[in-house]
Design a protein around this ligand. Structure first.
Ligand SMILES: *[C@@H]1O[C@H](CO)[C@@H](O)[C@H](O)[C@H]1NC(C)=O
Ligand SMILES: *[C@@H]1O[C@H](CO)[C@@H](O)[C@H](O)[C@H]1NC(C)=O
Ligand SMILES: *[C@@H]1O[C@H](CO)[C@@H](O)[C@H](O)[C@H]1NC(C)=O
Ligand SMILES: CC(=O)N[C@H]1CO[C@H](CO)[C@@H](O)[C@@H]1O
Length: 209
């Protein structure tokens, strides 16, 4: 390739990448035209519809609105631990300052994934006063234990509204956000059995099942 051609290609590449440099760092790109959107059945309440319908989940609804997630009717079983408005205020003085920054927004989108445990419908009756753990869709463990009659996650987050069915999932409302840095990794803690569903990303042959 001639040097001048190479320069022209480089210049073109640079001008293209500069086109979009005006977008603020760590903001979401706009959704490209023609992106497939799954058809929605208006007679089915999706997880997003459910979150939007509750007065105690308005902060979560605004976080989910930025991700465009959870608006399809799941045909598989899973559990979602929905952080309430109280959970978003049980975060310490630093949280609101940090969450408002671009990096904070990115961080907030991530923990939402740690609130989702696939392949099972874990009702509170699954648990007892023994300390056990379950696995989230992000492969991290969450400690579970019944304390004073209530299900407590990671020893701090209490399930305040339990066993709410939404399509094929079970929703529990919790009063503290599950931060990955607070997950329990102790190998000797007993695990609550979670079933495997073909086509899911979990592998029942792996030792954590
Ligand atoms: C929409 O959901 C309802 C209730 O589950 C079902 O009876 C109906 O067949 C669905 N419609 C479509 C187009 O999938
Ligand atoms: C909780 O359930 C597990 C599994 O059934 C059992 O091994 C454990 O002993 C139970 N703990 C209590 C305190 O009943
Ligand atoms: C949670 O509490 C249980 C006992 O109730 C204890 O074994 C475990 O170490 C605690 N985990 C954390 C992360 O504090
Ligand atoms: C080169 C490139 O990726 N350009 C994109 C910049 O962003 C706009 C809209 O956000 C797109 O339409 C361009 O394709």
């Amino acid at each position: 390739m001639k040097f001048s051609v190479l320069l022209a290609v480089l210049a073109l590449a640079l001008s293209r990448s500069c086109d979009n440099a005006s977008r603020k760092p760590l903001t979401y790109a706009s959704i490209p035209d023609g992106t497939y959107v799954a058809p929605k059945n208006s007679s089915v309440t999706t997880l997003l519809d459910f979150v939007k319908s509750r007065d105690d989940l308005t902060t979560l609804a605004s976080v989910l609105a930025e991700c465009g997630a959870f608006d399809t009717a799941a045909t598989w079983s899973y559990n979602f631990f929905a952080p309430s408005n109280a959970a978003f205020s049980n975060t310490g003085a630093y949280f609101s300052t940090y969450a408002a920054t671009p990096k904070g927004k990115w961080w907030l989108g991530n923990p939402i994934q740690h609130h989702h445990a696939p392949n099972s419908q874990l009702k509170t009756t699954t648990f007892n006063t023994s300390s056990t753990r379950i696995q989230t869709g992000s492969f991290l463990y969450v400690g579970t234990q019944i304390v004073d009659g209530q299900l407590v996650l990671n020893n701090v987050s209490t399930v305040t509204s339990t066993n709410l069915p939404v399509t094929s999932e079970i929703v529990h409302v919790i009063d503290h956000i599950l931060d990955p840095f607070a997950q329990i990794f102790e190998p000797d803690v007993w695990k609550t059995s979670q079933s495997f569903i073909a086509g899911s990303c979990s592998n029942p042959k792996l030792p954590y099942f």
